[in-house]
Design a protein around this ligand. Structure first.
Ligand code: PMP
Length: 387
């Protein structure tokens, strides 16, 4: 990859987002702005003390759950997709236009929030096995929510196909107000670009240009591809590592060049999402957003549900960091990457959303953790059952 941009580009990129930095006692303040959109981006990058201590590396995590609209990295993507639609003349605020999306939840929450802020209606199709916290929240935001029975992607009943078809039908129906707009997070360029223009440059600047490895999972692949593109342009030696939950096909794709186990064929799976308690990452098909950065991926780490649960428990016990399942997968893969690289390296990962979004499923399986810190690194690495 050609190094297309210089630090000057990065400075101007982050200035666009941060505006003039005001300070309090020499500390930079998050800028003030107009509307909920101004709470998106410029999230903190924190060191996870316990994981640094356990590995001798510096483990840094981008707190994407602090994006202030829908509280996940999907705020950046939702804003980017809406702006893309508005710029293309496909969306007009307060005209009755409806945004349709197929999502496991986070993108829907970000879209539903921004739809309220900008005068659109939101219609969200999500698989019926995702946690109720997310669909209840969507209803509170005034979105139309369809919980769709899980189906393979080749089936028109799949949640993504359903959203696409509904948007088309809306636009074609003269009895409906406004138009239907399919946001299309899996395939639109507006997704990876949000991370290439925002998350990636922020990480590079906040890590002061010192990153040895970037580790994250792929739900659409937008975060992985966008951040990997920025980092590889600025730091050609950086290792990009895919964190993949059990049941996902991406690990095999990276390691062996095939998406499926030898016994599985596309279309024969019961459903498109993967067999895991983890929500938001893992795929059994490729997407435009994953392909965008696929050649930049240097390694892949498979994380079991048991390992992810133990990591989530560890992060609360040792650091007071309460996160959801995809973040737990990311941190487990970051731990393994740090151990593989050896002491002294700097590993960056993403904290996607809060554990509060996962109380009824992921955290219900972990249970209450009690006062004493008792999880060990071996428990995490070996995926021992702790309940
Ligand atoms: N974590 C959560 C909770 C998500 O909902 C998603 C997106 N589906 C991701 C991580 C993965 O992000 P991306 O789509 O950029 O791969």
């Amino acid at each position: 990859l050609r190094r297309r941009y210089t630090l000057g580009w990065l400075a101007s990129k982050s200035n666009e987002q941060t505006k003039p930095a005001s300070t309090l006692h020499g500390q930079a303040l998050r800028p003030s702005g107009v509307g909920i959109e101004s709470t998106i981006g410029n999230t903190p990058l924190i060191e996870i003390r316990s994981l640094s201590a356990a590995t001798g590396c510096t483990i840094l995590a981008k707190c994407e759950f602090l994006n202030g609209a829908g509280n996940s990295p999907k705020d950046r993507v939702a804003l980017s997709m809406i702006e893309h639609g508005e710029a293309a003349g496909l969306l007009e605020p307060h005209s009755g236009d409806t945004i349709y999306e197929g999502t496991v939840g986070s993108t829907g929450i970000s879209l539903a929030t921004l739809c309220r802020a900008r005068g659109y209606l939101a219609h969200i199709c999500m698989p019926s096995d995702q946690s109720f916290e997310k669909s209840n929240l969507l209803l509170k935001l005034g979105a139309v929510v369809e919980r769709v029975t899980p189906a393979p992607i080749v089936d028109q009943a799949h949640f993504v196909n359903r959203a696409r078809n509904l948007a088309r039908e809306h636009t074609a129906d003269p009895a409906k107000r406004g138009r239907g707009y399919f946001a299309n997070q899996f395939e639109t360029e507006a997704n990876w670009r949000a991370h290439y223009d925002g998350t990636g440059p922020e990480i590079y600047a906040q890590a002061e240009g010192r990153v040895d490895a970037f580790v994250t999972g792929a739900g659409t692949g937008g975060t992985l591809s966008g951040v990997a593109m920025t980092l590889k342009e600025c730091l050609p030696q950086v290792k990009v590592v895919l964190a993949d939950p059990q049941g996902s096909g991406l690990y095999n794709k990276i390691k062996h060049g095939v998406m499926f186990h030898s016994l599985e064929k596309e279309g024969t799976r019961r459903r498109d999402q993967v067999d895991t308690i983890v929500e938001g990452i893992g795929l059994t098909r490729s997407t435009v957003n994953f392909e965008q950065g696929r050649e930049l991926i240097d390694d892949a780490v498979k994380v079991t549900d048991a390992q992810a649960k133990n990591m989530a428990r560890w992060l609360v016990e040792r650091d007071g960091i309460f996160i959801g399942s995809s973040s737990a997968v990311n941190c487990t893969a970051a731990l393994q990457t740090a151990l593989k690289l050896g002491p002294g390296h700097r590993v960056v990962t993403i904290l996607c959303d809060s554990g509060a979004r996962h109380l009824s499923k992921f955290w219900a399986q972990i249970g209450d953790i009690g006062g004493e810190a008792r999880t060990t690194i071996e428990d995490i690495l070996e995926g021992r059952s702790l309940n």
